[in-house]
Design a binder for this molecule. Structure first.
Ligand code: SAH
Length: 371
């Protein structure tokens, strides 16, 4: 059985682990973990005997399996392994004005969106609070001397399918790692109960909702969970989130060639975005092995964006980062069995080395029915 991460216990649990120690030890430990990003075994302020004792009950959960850097834009992708053999990925993106880390909330994902590499690979398990925080602590150390400024829960997994741990991690990121709530964004596929719960937490954290289609027929094909939480409910929950928190929701829309990038799609999106008073974020679809279509051409994205703007919607087009190392949106699909041959899907743009981070499921024999 693997030991819990030092970042998993809450202050009360730490007090129990520190039973018999002077009260100030808890404070020293919390500061060491969150301000300095050190594991208990590295805390020289603690007596050696205590460090050893703690090392037997808690230990960092993630070990680095592989680091890849994209020289084109400075993006760094980490593949982590855990003692129980699951793998997850984290992406650090330095920009001119900010440094953002994209963290995973689950190993794999059960939402099964066909165009997403994590969805194609399937679900393994929820990450612990510690496993989420260790990604952020590692990113903060790697960002130095720059300050890690933004956290986005847009890596592997569906954050609201791991609600309690994600919420605790968010509270520690804001309260103990000192990152402003407004610089933290949780992205959801649209789990309506999760959106409502999150709105009631009294946080100023941002919310992104992965919409991708504004009619139920198409959205249910792209995003299977739409059958459980259809668009009207997702849009209504987004509107409530905005009303309750005062924070604007952002609708994510992966631009898929010939699928959701036509003028009629923009018109439908404009209606629901206006309804929720949401910002729209267009993401050119990144190719993944199990999905037989590609991102929309730049000209069509520009036309789509203009059509939305003309209808009074706020739009941004997200720049692709880390495509050279498969670290871009939706490309995270960790697996650390390099001996497993990786199946190359239809219309792949780049050959994938057999030793590359992979373990992806074979593409379906026939393409998705929308094509
Ligand atoms: N489960 C959450 C967070 C993870 S995905 C969610 O669905 O929001 C983060 C974003 O990347 C989502 O908007 C997702 O739809 C998008 N995405 C997934 N696969 C993609 C791909 N191949 N190309 C571009 N964006 C993708």
């Amino acid at each position: 059985m693997s030991l819990p991460s030092p970042w998993t216990p809450d202050p009360d649990e730490w007090r129990e682990l520190l039973a018999g120690e002077p009260a100030y030890r808890a404070r020293q430990l919390w500061q060491g973990l969150y301000e300095q990003g050190l594991a208990p075994s590295e805390l020289s302020t603690l007596p050696a005997a205590l460090r050893h004792r703690l090392d037997e009950v808690v230990r960092p959960s993630l070990h680095l399996e592989r680091e890849q850097r994209d020289p084109a834009d400075g993006t760094v992708k980490w593949l982590w392994g855990t003692e129980d053999g699951v793998a997850l990925e984290t992406v650090l993106m330095p920009y001119r004005d900010r440094v953002t880390v994209c963290v995973s909330s689950q190993a794999g994902c059960a939402m099964a969106c066909g165009f997403c590499a994590t969805g194609q690979a399937g679900y393994q398990r929820n990450l612990s609070v510690g496993e989420i925080l260790e990604q952020v602590v590692a990113a903060r150390a790697a960002a130095a001397p720059r300050r890690l400024s933004n956290i986005v829960f847009m890596g592997m997994g569906e954050p609201f399918a791991n609600y309690d741990r994600v919420l605790t991690a968010v509270r520690r990121i804001v309260g103990d790692l000192g990152i402003g709530a407004r610089h933290v964004t949780v992205s959801t596929i649209g789990l309506v109960p999760g959106i409502d719960r999150f709105a009631a937490e009294g946080l100023q954290v941002g919310l992104a909702v992965s919409l991708h289609a504004a009619n139920d027929e198409l959205r249910s094909e792209l995003v299977p969970v739409n059958r459980r939480h259809p668009i009207a409910e997702v849009v209504a929950a987004s509107r409530r989130f905005r009303e309750q928190t005062g924070r604007r929701v952002s609708f994510e829309w992966a631009m898929i060639d010939g699928v959701n990038d036509r003028p009629g799609d923009a018109d439908e999106l404009a209606v629901v975005a206006a309804d929720a008073r949401a910002h729209v974020n267009l993401i050119p679809l990144n190719p993944t092995p199990g999905w037989p279509t590609t991102g929309s051409p730049a000209g069509r994205i520009a036309d789509f964006a203009r059509r939305l703007t003309d209808r009074g919607i706020n739009v941004t087009v997200r720049a692709n980062r880390g495509t050279g190392i498969d670290a871009a949106c939706g490309q995270l699909a960790a697996g650390h069995q390099p001996e497993t041959p990786v199946t190359v899907g239809p219309r792949r743009r780049r050959p994938r080395a057999a030793t590359q981070v992979g373990g992806l499921r074979a593409p379906p024999a026939s393409g998705p029915s929308i094509l």
